[in-house]
Design a protein around this ligand. Structure first.
Ligand SMILES: [Zn+2]
Length: 162
C-alpha cells in the first residue's frame, strides 16, 4: 500500500525527469541565441551598407535581446540551484527526523521528594541528582534520615518506598 506522500513524490519524480531533459536544451538554445545576438546584425557589415540610424536601432534591439536572454539564463540556473538546494535540505531534515529520539524521562531526586514527611525542612526542590537511595540522592537522603530520626520516625529505607 503506497501512501499519499509516495504518490505525490512519484509525480514529482516525473516532473523532475522532464525538467532534467528540457533544461539542457533550454540552456543550449539561450546560449546559441546569445551568441547570435552580438549587437551587430550581420547584414550591416557583409553587404557593405553604412551603419545609419537603422543600424543603431538594430544595436539597441540586440542589446535588449541580450538583456532578456541573459535574464532568462540566470533564472534557469537559479531555479535549478534552488531546486537542488531544497531537495538536499529536505533530505537532511528526513535523515535527522529518522534518527530522532524523544528525550528519555529521567527521574531526579527532587521529583521523588514530593509529598514526603518534613520535605519543607530537609528537602531540596532544585536537586537534579539521580536518586541513589530510597528515591533521593545521597545528600538529600542523609538530610531526610536525620530529620526522620529527629522526629522519631523510622528511616525511609525500611518503610515501603514511596
Ligand atoms: Zn538530592
Amino acid at each position: 500500500m503506497r501512501s499519499r506522500t509516495d504518490v505525490q513524490l512519484d509525480a514529482a519524480i516525473g516532473l523532475l525527469e522532464n525538467y532534467a531533459r528540457i533544461l539542457p536544451t533550454a540552456l543550449a538554445h539561450i546560449d546559441r541565441e546569445l551568441h547570435i545576438v552580438d549587437g551587430w546584425p550581420a547584414t550591416t557589415m557583409s553587404d557593405g551598407m553604412p551603419r545609419g540610424s537603422a543600424a543603431l536601432t538594430a544595436v539597441e534591439r540586440g542589446a535588449e535581446a541580450r538583456v532578456r536572454l541573459s535574464g532568462t539564463r540566470s533564472t534557469l540556473i537559479d531555479d535549478r540551484d534552488a531546486i537542488i538546494a531544497l531537495i538536499a535540505s529536505a533530505l537532511h531534515v528526513c535523515r535527522e527526523a529518522a534518527g530522532m529520539r524523544a528525550p528519555a524521562v529521567v527521574v531526579r531526586c527532587k521529583d521523588n521528594q514530593v509529598g514526603r514527611d518534613g520535605v519543607i525542612e530537609w528537602g531540596d526542590p532544585t536537586c537534579e541528582e539521580i536518586p541513589a537511595k530510597a528515591g533521593c540522592c545521597a545528600a538529600c537522603y542523609q538530610r531526610e534520615r536525620r530529620w526522620r530520626l529527629a522526629h522519631a520516625l523510622a528511616p525511609r529505607e525500611i518503610e515501603a518506598v514511596a
